[in-house]
Design a protein around this ligand. Structure first.
Ligand SMILES: Nc1nc2c(ncn2[C@@H]2O[C@H](COP(=O)(O)OP(=O)(O)OP(=O)(O)O)[C@@H](O)[C@H]2O)c(=O)[nH]1
Ligand SMILES: [Mg+2]
Length: 467
């Protein structure tokens, strides 16, 4: 429904172009008629691209951050499964994209010099995805480490029923909007340049920049901060929505006043980053700053798995690595062996960890942010690109002709007005589709139509008043 609506709106812009064109025709002599054909050409090319871009709206979430800051663990948390390899040492390599699909599959591109199996696999288990990715990444990193240059960055696409969009999730995207998550390897390493070009393919995205809060060595901290600033430099120009995540915040759990310590650390680190940004003359303000302990949050999610083996394994790992996070009143009554926890105890631990790891808070913030900013995240950059593309082409055209400044200005103003109108209409329909998702399609269609009609009416009255 959304895509059809957008298609209609773009066609309206094309129709109304005729009115604008007539006005221009009245201002020029018959001998200058070729101007109209040239203008049509520029306009139609720009709207054709606009239509193509708007017909595949995708919400892209990119995780980026310093090496070993927990980017892949965060992707797993968003997916609700352990599919991306995680390791203490640098692990990720290549571009891994996960797209929402009810059915699971993995596609490993045949890239130059690939030392791993390439191809497509369908209906495979989480473990199999993990293993295939781990093999690809290990072989690539090993080859690079040994100085190989005839090998291209691995490119892997996974289709997966991502948790964020699962049936019982609070996140609702209007039908037609796709979701993809991109896990970028750490930028502060030798592949900087390659990563840079990867980043450019993600220019319409919500960026989740992770920082490793567990690092205390001052020298390393400085390096990490420099790395973050380098990334912000790149991402700042690419994204209109960037988050800064203080990951591995469980490091403060032993402190007497844990929350106060966390806040103090975050404030200090932020002000150091701000200082560095000012030094580099960068004005970048993250949309949101949040703290999280991704690994325990993920384990608490996995404890809710329907698969008994996975549930118990997650409980064991949680108990082994993060039992200090289990609140005392719950921990005191627990049997030592997690396999012996009753279902009630098991669920109680999972819920408490979800809370204390800030998984719950992060999920709430993320879903609310996506829901409220959907238009800005997906459609605004597309419409801006359309506007900028058109302005550039028409300026080039006017420069060549050297005397057509009035026509250039009028056409730019026409496209700008239409873009604003299109954006606000898409925004309105997206909001209605989310708010009334349970109502019938006819109701939503009529509601959107009715509000647009009121809008048009008020414009007509305004124009009449002005004239
Ligand atoms: N204590 C703690 N460790 C975590 C947390 N999240 C991740 N880790 C650990 O941090 C290490 C790095 O995690 P990854 O997710 O592989 O980090 P990454 O940023 O993807 O690493 P690269 O892609 O190799 O740069 C692993 O050993 C994880 O177990 C957390 O919330 N708390
Ligand atoms: Mg990683």
């Amino acid at each position: 429904m959304l895509l059809k609506y957008i298609d209609r709106e773009v066609k309206t812009i094309r129709r109304e172009w005729q009115t604008h064109r007539r006005k221009i025709a009245n201002q020029i002599s018959p001998s200058q008629r070729s101007i109209l054909t040239e203008l049509d050409d520029i306009f139609l090319k720009a709207t054709a691209k606009l239509l193509v871009d708007l017909q595949s709206p995708t919400l892209t979430i990119v995780t980026t951050g310093t090496t070993s800051s927990g980017k892949s663990t965060l992707v797993n948390l968003l997916c609700g499964a352990e599919i991306i390899p995680v390791a203490v040492q640098e692990m990720s390599a290549g571009l891994v994209t996960i797209e929402y699909n009810q059915n699971t599959s993995i596609h490993i591109d045949r890239t130059l010099g690939a030392l791993w199996e390439c191809g497509d696999w369908y209906h495979i288990s989480d473990r199999e995805i993990y293993n295939r990715l781990a093999t690809v990444m290990n072989r690539y990193l090993e080859a690079k480490y040994n100085g190989s240059i005839d090998i291209s960055y691995p490119q892997i696409r996974i289709e997966y029923p991502i948790r964020l969009l699962a049936k019982d999730s609070r996140l609702q995207l209007p039908e037609g909007i796709k979701l993809r998550i991109v896990d970028l390897p750490g930028l502060s390493h030798q592949e900087d340049i390659e990563n840079l070009s990867l980043l450019k393919t993600c220019n319409r995205a919500l960026f989740l920049v992770t920082y490793n809060s567990a690092e205390t060595d001052r020298q390393k901290v400085n390096m990490l901060l420099q790395g973050v600033v380098e990334q912000l430099k790149i991402i700042g120009g690419l994204s209109n929505n960037m988050w800064f995540l203080f990951n591995r915040i469980d490091v403060f759990h032993g402190d007497k006043d844990r929350v106060a310590s966390e806040e103090k650390f975050i404030d200090r680190t932020r002000s150091e980053i701000d200082k560095l940004l000012t030094k580099h003359h960068l004005q970048i303000e993250p949309k949101q700053v949040a703290k999280i302990s991704t690994m325990p949050a993920l384990l608490s999610l996995l404890m809710g798995s329907k698969d008994d083996g996975k549930r118990i394994e997650a409980a064991n790992r949680l108990d082994r690595n993060f039992n200090f996070l289990i609140p005392e009143n719950i921990a005191n009554d627990l049997p030592r062996n997690p396999a012996k926890w009753s279902p009630h105890e098991h669920n109680r631990v999972a819920a408490a960890i979800w809370d204390v790891s800030y998984g719950k808070e992060f999920d709430r913030l993320l879903i609310d942010n996506i829901q409220t900013n959907l238009t800005n995240l997906i459609f605004l950059p597309i419409i801006q690109e359309f506007e900028q593309g058109f302005c550039l082409e028409i300026s080039k055209w006017a420069d060549k002709r050297s005397k057509e400044n009035i026509i250039e200005a009028a056409s730019i103003s026409y496209v700008k007005n239409q873009s604003d109108r299109l954006l606000s209409r898409i925004d309105r329909s997206v909001r209605i589709l989310i708010k009334f998702r349970k109502k019938s399609a006819l109701f939503k269609q009529l509601y959107i139509f009715w509000l647009n009609w009121l809008d048009d009416l008020s414009l007509i009255f305004r124009d009449k008043g002005n004239s």
